[in-house]
Ligand binder design. Structure first.
Ligand code: SF4
Length: 328
């Protein structure tokens, strides 16, 4: 039985791509790739199980950060380097294709569906730079694209592929019904990089912290971020769950790169300082805690500052500068 590797998000498009090739007698190895910025993830494992396909879940490597810093094809409306990201994912799929002896990689991409990464030249660039020339099939738009090698060899019947174009979901939902899909997966990309409101904090890190690594990028998903000076940022928890996450981040921080500031004798948010922590940064962190606290005695407000193996208790004071700081 011929095998195809499917780049699989769990969404409607990649689900249909799989069903189309299953109809042509292909065994499918689904590959779900996690970036640092997935937010409302579609449950790929459950979807793969309903489709009766094996699922491999992989995370992007540290080199994904280089791509985020210098995308060859630029960013979309947020800080989403979609074309480069798709190339990166297609390369990962190629490695799995070689490993399992598959003859093609399939995706749910649709010509013209997304302005950033699914125009005709984008699809061609993704194919060329991933090393998948002739072996990257988009079953939902294949009839509008050059035939792949498995089509030319007769392994895949081009007449039973589709020619969808654009953003309309109606025809896809109809196709899903024809395939008997009981649940129609949601259309969300689930990628925070596409959100305009998330972009400033990513841009800040990319432009101002050349040494930032995976820890710094993952931290972007939690709390309110304030740039205090070129060397240090404050991240303020917005609720108990975020405070707990920030504390875990603090414990995992690169040595000498973080401090943790929390209220000592009143109720308020925790602050993770990330970067080269100065006395001024600690003072501002205390002031930010006061800014987001409802009840405290201004004459008797104390914070606990943890840093490497040292813990100090310091008085917190309101600082006008901290009042004016705006979250990224
Ligand atoms: S939306 Fe996010 S995960 Fe999807 S291709 Fe763009 S950058 Fe990559």
């Amino acid at each position: 039985m011929p095998t195809a590797v499917a780049l699989f998000s769990g969404g409607l498009d990649s689900t249909l791509a799989i069903r189309i090739l299953q109809e042509q007698g292909f065994q499918i190895e689904a590959l779900n790739i996690r970036t640092t910025f997935d937010c409302c993830r579609v449950p790929a494992a459950q979807a793969a199980q309903s489709l009766g396909v094996n699922l491999t879940v992989l995370s992007v490597g540290d080199d994904y950060i280089d791509l985020l810093r210098h995308p060859r094809y630029g960013y979309g409306k947020g800080m989403n380097p979609c074309v480069d990201c798709r190339i990166y994912m297609a390369r990962m799929a190629k490695r799995l294709m070689d490993e399992v002896g598959a003859c093609v990689v399939i995706t749910g991409e649709i010509l013209g569906q997304r302005p950033m990464s699914q125009k005709r030249p984008d699809l061609a660039n993704i194919e060329r730079h991933s090393g998948l020339e002739g072996r990257l099939l988009r079953p939902l738009s294949a009839q509008l694209l050059p035939p792949t090698i498995p089509e030319q060899e007769g392994l895949i019947d081009r007449q039973r592929l589709y020619g969808f174009r654009g953003r309309s979901r109606g025809p896809l939902i109809e196709l899903a019904r024809r395939y008997g899909l009981s649940e129609i997966p949601p259309p969300s990309t689930g990628c925070a990089l596409t959100e305009v409101s998330f972009a400033p904090r990513v841009r800040d890190l990319v432009e101002r912290d050349q040494g930032a690594g995976r820890w710094d990028f993952e931290l972007l998903n939690v709390g309110r971020h304030f740039r205090l000076d070129p060397d240090v940022k404050a991240v303020v928890g917005r609720n108990e769950a975020e405070n707990a996450s920030l504390e875990i981040y603090f414990r995992q921080a690169p040595p000498g790169r973080a401090a943790y500031v929390r209220p000592h004798n009143f109720v308020g948010p925790d602050v993770l300082l990330s970067g080269l922590v100065s006395a001024r940064a600690v003072r501002l962190a205390g002031a930010l805690i006061l800014r987001y606290s409802k009840r405290y005695d201004p004459q008797d407000a104390w914070v606990q500052v943890s840093r490497d193996d040292r813990v100090q208790t310091l008085r917190a004071e309101q600082v006008p500068e901290a009042e004016q700081l705006r979250p990224l």
